[in-house]
Design a protein. Structure first.
Length: 465
RNA sequence: GGCCUGAUGGCGGAGUGGUGACGCAGCGGACUGCAAAUCCGUGCACCCGAGUUCGAUUCUCGGUCAGGCCUCCA
């Protein structure tokens, strides 16, 4: 079953056919590194990581090029640097490192490229020059603006009719714009802000052109897949597409001269308590991992279909932990079984290939876990192989099952628990049930649950502390 | 005002023109000294109205409700 993706521009699911199967390209808009990003920012990270893994499996690991950019030129970065009285680099390096650490916690592969705006400046300036040169952009009062009127099909991506948009606009239109929808490609820097020399005067780039330049420099245009959150659909992606279409004005397929598929993930919602940085109640990965493993956070982010909004709650995290308990439990009980080299389960793969239907794929994983629990003889190795290969295609079950259940215990606690479990086993062997039960109560007080099996007792921590 | 989504059991969440996945929670049973874990079984839902159809949760139209975007938010 071939991979199909919902393409925002076509407003339909389309079979995914890359321009060149030997060189599949994907670009996803990444964060502005001025602070820690909250868990919602990581939804696209995880979603497109699953797509990255699936593409690598389909077309070959070396055939897929994935670029996820970093915006390191921005007003918010400038403000933050000024507040702390440090150089801008100090801010961007700090939060870029934190961002990459979060990605690792969530089990996301490193993208092939992580382009940064500040390191793409020559390409940005050259690109603006080309747009000015072919009449798609104009200079006004020290700015360079993209001329949306020169772009015949401006609006086709987001479906925003330009007239309506202007009528409902809630922003004041800068006087130097020819048309209200025109947007900045280059603008003068204010005192203290980063500044670059350019043929249009000293200044800094607008947001949209940065992404287009980073795509062109890292992957080359057009790309196969352009991803990001739905909030970026307008104006950011619309503007990117317009820039791309005007760069390649004579391309045969103008519509797809920039990106062949547009994929947008839905928002993460935070229920009644709106998560906002000003309230200081944001959910940060570095804090969440104290409550639940990063793998469970990854699971939670994939519990719903990527295009649907997802409610981020404590219960969602708890349920995700239990879901992984189930899968790791099946692995733990088959610890002595060597996994056969089977590859992913066909039904599981079909679910993922159907526009990344992760909930359906997860349902298949539970079925595979039950198959492993109930299989006998040689069927166990095969069942274990299918479960592992399937789950790992989604970025799960790379961990050691024992570590999953006992990982929260330090050396001293572990020794104490092992001792209690051993003493309880002796009591049970002597059929001294009161003594055995009393030890079990002691273990429970240590947050330990003990499970008796045919080959002895095992234990797990009930809750992470 | 414009554009765009969505409405499924106690909760989360797929999917389908005709027996409504899956997980958690619940219930019954097996196993267990008792539990836990596991296995087997089971109760519970498709927003409202009209239309198309032999048949609609699924398609069409209307309504209600909820959410998003139109502001350099993933």
């Amino acid at each position: 079953m071939p991979l199909s993706l919902y393409d925002t521009q076509a407003r339909a699911k389309r079979p995914f056919v890359p321009a060149d199967p030997a060189r599949v390209t994907m670009y996803v808009c990444g964060p502005t590194v001025y602070n820690f990003v909250h868990i919602g920012n990581h939804r696209p990270v995880v979603v497109f990581d699953v797509l990255f893994r699936l593409l690598r499996r389909t077309f070959g690991e070396d055939a897929v090029l994935y670029a996820a950019n970093i915006t390191d030129v921005d007003d918010k970065i400038n403000r933050r640097a000024a507040e702390e009285g440090v150089a801008i680099d100090v801010i961007t390096e700090r939060y870029l490192a934190a961002y990459n650490a979060d990605m690792a916690e969530l089990g996301a592969l490193r993208p092939t490229f992580q382009p940064r705006a500040t390191r793409t400046m020559d390409a940005i300036i050259a690109l603006i020059g080309r747009l000015v040169g072919n009449g798609s952009a104009y200079a006004a009062e020290g700015h360079v603006l993209f001329d949306t009127q020169a772009c015949a099909d401006y609006g086709v991506l987001s479906g925003h009719p330009m007239d309506e948009m202007i009528a409902g606009a809630r922003v004041e239109v800068a006087p130097y714009k020819r048309h209200p929808a025109d947007f900045v490609l280059w603008k003068p820097s204010k005192p203290g802000e980063p500044v670059w020399d350019s043929p249009f005067g000293a200044g800094r780039p607008g947001w949209h052109i940065e992404c287009t330049a980073m795509i062109e420099q890292s992957l080359g245009l057009p790309i196969d897949i352009h991803g990001g959150g739905v909030d970026l659909l307008f104006p950011h992606h619309e503007n990117e597409r317009a820039q791309g279409a005007c760069l390649h004005d004579h391309a045969q397929d103008r519509d797809r001269a920039y990106a062949r598929y547009w994929v947008h993930n839905g928002f993460l919602n935070f229920g009644e308590e709106k998560m906002s940085k000003s309230q200081g109640n944001v959910a940060l990965v570095k804090d969440l991992v104290k409550v639940a493993p990063g793998e469970a956070l990854r699971w939670a982010l994939l519990v719903g279909h990527y295009r649907a909004p997802l409610e981020w709650t404590g219960d969602l995290i708890a349920q995700s932990v239990k879901a992984l308990d189930r899968l790791y439990g099946a692995l733990r009980r088959s610890a002595g079984v060597a996994a056969a080299d089977t590859g992913p389960d066909p039904a599981f793969l079909a679910a993922l290939e159907d526009d990344l239907n992760t909930p359906a794929a997860m349902a298949e994983l539970f079925g595979l876990a039950t198959a492993l629990e109930t299989a006998t003889g040689p069927g166990r190795a095969e069942a274990k192989g299918r479960l592992l290969a399937s789950a790992r295609l989604m970025g799960f079950l790379y961990g050691d099952p024992e570590a999953w259940f006992q990982g929260g215990a330090n050396e001293a606690l572990r020794a104490r628990i092992d001792d209690l479990v051993a003493r309880r086993s002796e009591a049970r062997a002597a059929k001294d049930w009161p003594a055995a039960d009393q030890i079990r109560d002691e273990l429970a007080a240590l947050n330990v649950e003990v499970m008796d099996g045919p080959s002895g007792a095992t234990w797990r921590l009930k809750e992470r502390t």
